[in-house]
Design a protein around this ligand. Structure first.
Ligand SMILES: CC(C)(COP(=O)(O)OP(=O)(O)OC[C@H]1O[C@@H](n2cnc3c(N)ncnc32)[C@H](O)[C@@H]1OP(=O)(O)O)[C@@H](O)C(=O)NCCC(=O)NCCS
Length: 169
């Protein structure tokens, strides 16, 4: 069984590793200003601040960052943004997720998004925008399995991006 939970101090080693693993896909596993030379306690405080909408830089919105655990393993993560700024409403969307390479093709991303949608609904979001690259077959499948309806395709930095909405009402 999978659960989504807040990251905690004892996750430091595995989360630093997961971040390096996912960088190879050109993505970040950890957000909220993480870099490997940042003190982990400061990073966790950033996560809490982002959740509470505190000390946000102008380009950031209130958001939750949750790790996805199966047994003792952290297999992936999800980020749920509670509003859309200009960039998010075009390209970024409400939700982003990633699965660590060694845990892929086991249905985990599909379950991460399913559980993340429950969190989004509980947080009063009525519908969510999720975007993914037109070439990202895995993510397209994950979104469509979770009820995503394709609204449009747009070009972001020379790459074709799909924009999907999922109705939570
Ligand atoms: C995209 C990603 C999240 C998929 O994670 P995952 O845990 O492997 O996905 P799932 O196992 O839930 O797979 C869902 C479906 O997509 C299919 N799929 C997954 N990866 C695929 C791939 N590379 N090519 C084709 N199909 C793929 C699976 O077969 C499955 O299909 P099914 O439901 O018909 O059996 C993962 O590859 C990842 O983290 N990539 C880097 C970050 C990223 O792209 N995040 C999404 C940003 S929009």
């Amino acid at each position: 069984m999978m659960i989504l939970r807040e990251p905690q101090a004892s996750d430091e080693v595995v989360l630093r590793l997961a971040h390096e693993e996912v960088l190879q896909d050109g993505m970040n596993f950890l957000l909220d200003g993480f870099s490997q030379d940042l003190d982990f306690e400061t990073y966790l405080q950033n996560v809490v601040n982002t959740r509470n909408g505190k000390n946000l830089s102008p380009d950031r919105v209130r958001a939750r960052f949750l790790v996805a655990c199966v047994g003792d393993e952290i297999v992936g993560r999800i980020s749920i943004r509670f509003s859309l700024n200009e960039w998010l409403s075009k390209f970024g969307g409400h939700i982003g997720y990633a699965v660590r390479p060694s845990f892929r093709r086991k249905g985990f991303a599909s379950e991460i998004l399913r559980l993340g949608l429950v969190v989004a609904k509980r947080s009063q979001l009525e519908r969510v925008l999720i975007t993914c690259l037109d070439e990202n077959k895995g993510s397209i499948r994950v979104i469509e399995k979770n009820g995503g309806v394709l609204e449009s395709k747009v070009v972001d930095q020379g790459k074709l991006l799909r924009r999907y909405w999922i109705d939570l009402s």
